[in-house]
Design a protein around this ligand. Structure first.
Ligand SMILES: [Ca+2]
Length: 213
């Protein structure tokens, strides 16, 4: 919801009436409150006397705006993916960032590794700091993460670190990642799927992939 700039007392009264005092009784109370404010201002300096002619714009509508929910727009995104193999065990790192513009208060993420992989460990870090967030296993190749901390826009990404085994033949295939912003924020592509291909290991080698090859 956006608030148009109120340019006159009539506009301010009309806006505030529709938004906050839609019934006759509510409007009467609010109108009486405005009159009391002016009356009492003669006794004590509540508002600058020079602002009385613009009382509704300057004070009443201005205060009422604070009651309106503040809309936070965030953009959680996968900003980095990489993996490395050690034998048949792969470690996948997924960077999750808030591309802004507002702070994200918490988030969840779902990771679906290729079918046939078995997740053996899940941890996380922010920059160099480890974190202790909750991972919920959803089956051998599925896991969800709940992070209760905020993500400031365009700061150090949050990194999920998943370890899994692969006993199949050839490359295991694609993993999908979905991120969801906190309930009070808006992300236009909340829950959109990001795909990352986990290329297979070479026999006997430790392979590192940066994910952008
Ligand atoms: Ca997003």
């Amino acid at each position: 919801m956006t608030v148009e700039l109120l340019t006159s007392e009539a506009e301010a009264r009309s806006w505030i009436g529709a938004a906050f005092a839609p019934t006759e009784q509510q409007w009467a109370q609010l109108d009486r409150f405005a009159a009391m404010l002016v009356e009492e201002n003669a006794q004590q300096n509540l508002i600058a006397a020079s602002t009385i002619p613009t009382l509704w714009v300057r004070h009443i509508a201005d205060s009422a705006q604070l009651l309106m929910p503040i809309q936070r727009i965030t953009d959680l995104a996968v900003t980095g993916t990489r993996h490395s193999w050690q034998g048949n065990t792969v470690t996948v790192e997924i960077d999750i960032s808030n591309l802004g513009p507002s702070q994200n208060l918490s988030f969840t993420a779902d990771f679906a590794l290729p079918v046939g992989m078995q997740i053996t460990n899940a941890e996380c870090r922010r920059g160099n700091l480890p974190c202790n967030d909750g991972f919920t296993a959803g089956g051998g190749h599925l896991i969800s993460l709940t992070d209760g901390n905020g993500l400031l826009p365009n700061r150090t990404p949050y990194t999920a670190i998943l370890t899994a085994t692969w006993n199949g033949v050839g490359a295991p295939g694609d993993m999908t990642i979905r991120t969801f912003t906190d309930a009070t924020a808006i992300d236009t592509d909340d829950g959109a799927t990001t795909t990352y291909t986990i290329s297979g290991p070479s026999a006997g080698d430790i392979i590192f992939s940066n994910g952008f090859e």
